[in-house]
Design a binder for this molecule. Sequence first.
Ligand SMILES: [Zn+2]
Length: 345
Amino acid sequence: MKSRLEEIRAESIAALREAASPEMLEQLRQTYLGKKGRLTELLKGLGKLSPEERKQMGQLANEVKNLFSNAMETRKEELLEQASLLASHPDLTIPGLSVATGGLHPITQMCYDLNDSFRSLNFEIFEEDEITSELFAFDYLNFPPDHPARDSMDTYWIEGTENKEGAKRHCLRPHLTGGSVRYLKEHGAPARFVYPGRVYRNEATDARHERAFFQYEALIVDRDFSFSSGLVLVSTILERVFGRDVPVRMRAGFFPFVEPGFEIDMQCQVCQGQGCTVCHHSGWIEVMPGGSPHPNVLRAAGLDPDIWSGFYINIGLDRLVMMRYGIDDVRLFHSADLRFLQQFK
Ligand SMILES: [Zn+2]
């Protein structure tokens, strides 16, 4: 009887491992433990054994029964797990869902493109804090003490930072140019660098003006730097950004921190110079004021104006983006209207 019990144990466990469905497991339970099952039948012979043998065989039979039951439970769980895996298995033939990846804001993209162009011409990229002082925003830049830009109608002053001299008031930077003096004070000359960022003006908004906007300024300081070299630089940058030659023209301009000053206009790319509402039907868009740093600015930066000269350009990022995509209202860039922004992904 012992050998037959051992035989049943080995056979039944092997059979359970092979079982591929809950129905087959139930069938095996019947085969071994059912009313006419093989183990049940075998145990009917226990009565013919001696009490000693009956005890031993009874114990062994219980072991075989428990082993079988445990193995059956384990197999049942395995089968359930397989079934649920199969049920959750993705159908690879279904078309995928598109993932929302987002994209760069068109102004950020323009800023990066300009960074690339300037970097390729050996410019360094410099960043300055958005809060600056009257010293850097106006005094160092040759703005006279009564200049209207110092007025709170134009500049956001920070309350509680005034002092008697008036030169140390803090403000949101109304332009980037103060950053150039800061850079030159730290690094000296010769220098070529760009310093992009957001600037703040306390003014009424319209289709071409915003209270906060991005600027992108560049400065070269060197010995005998000529305007014609500057104009070549401007054409090179515009050609890289727009991927084609963009006609430019230079006019005289006035800013306190330059001497002489100029305005660079580019051909309106919305109408290709034909005239449209964006360019006020002139065919030109003012994109880059600039000039040669004023001797007082060079002195403020610790440089001798008899030795050093330079070339400032302040690139209107918003304007360039308007030109790139033919957009006619600058306020759209800051409107956070996703329907507008998603077009640039
Ligand atoms: Zn136009």
